[in-house]
Design a protein around this ligand. Sequence first.
Ligand SMILES: [Zn+2]
Ligand SMILES: [Zn+2]
Length: 162
Amino acid sequence: MDYKNYEIPKNLKFKMEDILALKGFEGSFLADVKDFADIFPEEEKLKKITLKLKMSVLSKDILIKGEVAGILEVPCSRCLRRFDKQFKEEINALTSKRDKIIDIMYITRQTLPLVVGIQDLCSKDCKGLCPICGTNLNEGQCKCREEKFSPFACLKDKFKSK
Ligand SMILES: [Zn+2]
Ligand SMILES: [Zn+2]
């Protein structure tokens, strides 16, 4: 038996006896986004998830190395426009050979919260929204911003307050 023909368990719980018989495993495959949807906040949508795994049989343990990558649709924290964010996180785990299963589902679920960003920007220089009228300033200028930045705007405010 060769790991290249090994059928990936749908629930990502690999049987220890299989991996020992195969003397390890190496491969990459698509996982089901539905299995991970609940990890993300409501406004973030997982669109694609791929796993790259290498399991090595050591004397007492199985060493699991790899990476979880994919596409997450998130709102830009400045302009609120939704965009696709690519993500990639490393997987590094060790599991005892005495375990009956190698729970890749669990390991992946532990890794994914790391990709939830505090500040996701659609582009590095996103101009955001006008705080007064809500215009997306990436798409065009609004009147209020022009006024605010003109040297006369502050004068006008001064006169108004008197
Ligand atoms: Zn933006
Ligand atoms: Zn405005």
